[in-house]
Design a protein around this ligand. Sequence first.
Ligand SMILES: NC(=O)c1ccc[n+]([C@@H]2O[C@H](COP(=O)([O-])OP(=O)(O)OC[C@H]3O[C@@H](n4cnc5c(N)ncnc54)[C@H](OP(=O)(O)O)[C@@H]3O)[C@@H](O)[C@H]2O)c1
Length: 249
Amino acid sequence: MSLKDKVVVIMGASSGIGAATAKLLASKGAKLTISARRLSRLEEIQQANVGAEILPIEADVTKADEVQNVIDKTVEKYGRVDVLFNNAGIMPVNNLDQVARDEWNNMLDINVKGVLNGIASALPIMKKQKSGHVITTSSVLGYEVLPGYAAYSGTKYAVRAIMEGLRQEEHANNIKTTVIAPGSVNTELFNSINNEEVRDGLKSAMKQPGAEMMAMQPEEIASAVAFVIDTPANMAVNEMVIRPTGQEV
Ligand SMILES: NC(=O)c1ccc[n+]([C@@H]2O[C@H](COP(=O)([O-])OP(=O)(O)OC[C@H]3O[C@@H](n4cnc5c(N)ncnc54)[C@H](OP(=O)(O)O)[C@@H]3O)[C@@H](O)[C@H]2O)c1
């Protein structure tokens, strides 16, 4: 089945990488369910893509019943789920000595348990179909650690481990797994940094001369997601690390 007829559920579709992926897949004729907490942003995407099949559903990935509802409504509308893109995430930055417990809890709930909630909801239908594809956004920080990013890195290492376990458990059911691991991408992610100094520093670095080689655009990651979805049934791209050319780490 080509990309055109695939049913794709995107969690974290209201901005950045998820929104860009929704727009690209819609333009290629995929049938989409797009989900996030900001319903108005999802509806804007729907309205901007006239003629595309897009179902916007509000959901918080930390709430298992809301994630289940996204999958149930998708099956109700399209009859199947070919791809689940677990893309919702936040990236607060603080050194561990700041003991930012709320940030740790939110990151674990969204970046890790949110992915598990997605897998838990989509797996039964994919197993029944004897086919499916789960894609999860990790990060270069799922391979490397930087000061200030220890907890975030921990969540992104964790999802790589979860996705490798999923691959081993479900390959015999023709379920593909892909970890997308971007370096710096120009999105709204910095808004989830509570530490003002770090947030402003990163935002102003994005405006310095040469910054275009230090960050990618969400549309560029979207094209990688479209590529991994549009592979033949016998081929699974399990991991894809995508750095801006000028990024050192
Ligand atoms: N930007 C980068 O440099 C970069 C690099 C590597 C990896 N990543 C990863 O890429 C993914 C997408 O981030 P982005 O860069 O595109 O940033 P973004 O523009 O801030 O997008 C984050 C998305 O996650 C959603 N989200 C956050 N918390 C959620 C929750 N509790 N329930 C449901 N949805 C939630 C947001 O929607 P709502 O707020 O509307 O719920 C939004 O759609 C994240 O997993 C991030 O860790 C980003």
